[in-house]
Design a protein around this ligand. Sequence first.
Ligand code: NDP
Length: 331
Amino acid sequence: MKSREIRLAARPQGAPKDADFEVTEVEVDDPADGEVLVRNELMSVDPYMRGRMNDVRSYVPPFQLGEPLHGGVVGRVVASRDAGFAEGDWVLSDLGWREVARVEGSRLRKLDPDAAPLSTALGVLGMPGLTAYVGLLDIGEPKEGDTVFVSGAAGAVGSIAGQIAKLKGCRVIGSAGTPEKVAWLEELGFDVAFDYRQTPPREALRGEHVDVYFDNVGGDHLEAAIGAANQFARFVECGMISRYNDESPTPGPRNMPMVVTKRLKLQGFIVIDRRDRAPDFFRDMTQWVREGKVRYRETYVDGLENAPRAFMGLLAGDNIGKMLVRILNTA
Ligand code: NDP
């Protein structure tokens, strides 16, 4: 079966550009024993993919030049030689960025389209939702009445982290990059929301006393949060997207000595280490979404060939909530 896929043509220098990607057509063989052929329908683009485009050692190996990219994707089984899967089943795999994937059944998770919209497996009920859940609850340890500051608050992870903090009885401050995003945060019940492009974080946080900082951004946001932190505040170091396109290391926060004097806890984490929390997460998040206590938004880009644009748009802030690509198969 023919399939188009997106390959990494060049390692991006700074912000990725069209020429760093190429679309190629390939022939996908029939599945062997234990394998399944999946027609991908909906794929995720995620900030971590930017790090994998660099040739550096990290917690996952880099993407290889000339090879197809990969990442979270929802698709439908078109042929199966694994007894656990039948034609027509909806599945989640990590072989996105292509129309058709030939994959071992053991790497697939079956999805029930009647239980929740399929897209949620890539967002609020998927990896970004779990990230918000374990980051905020296990590292942030929010207590009722705490002030929680979330940066990147209108994104997939941030919007969920902020809403969980509200559910736990906290006062929540969120930052985002456009007035439209700020308006959405207010709709979600954030107590304070500001546009960091209009008001620098240090100014916006003046007079605030932060107990938990959920950091998606790093840079000036991190420095401002250290400045506004209460003693013994917890810093959930989830991501530092303001640094991902840097071509050389930039200086860290200038006020690091306050980490000592304020007795701050800064802890990084990677969600794949916390799969043990998935059952609790599914139980709680499914219920919160069903009861309307956690709301989510998705931003769609159409066409596999536009997946690089979706990815570049994600880094530039084009998305509200989860950024997704509808593949619109030609295969
Ligand atoms: P988002 O949906 O939040 O999309 C990225 C957003 O980042 C953009 O919409 C943009 O929004 C914002 N952004 C981009 N550049 C800057 C900048 N210079 N300063 C401030 N904001 C910026 O992505 P995710 O929710 O998927 O990821 C959020 C963070 O969580 C990322 O840092 C990611 O790496 C991290 N993450 C970490 C995981 C872990 O295991 N530790 C797992 C998953 C995600 P805006 O318009 O507001 O600028």
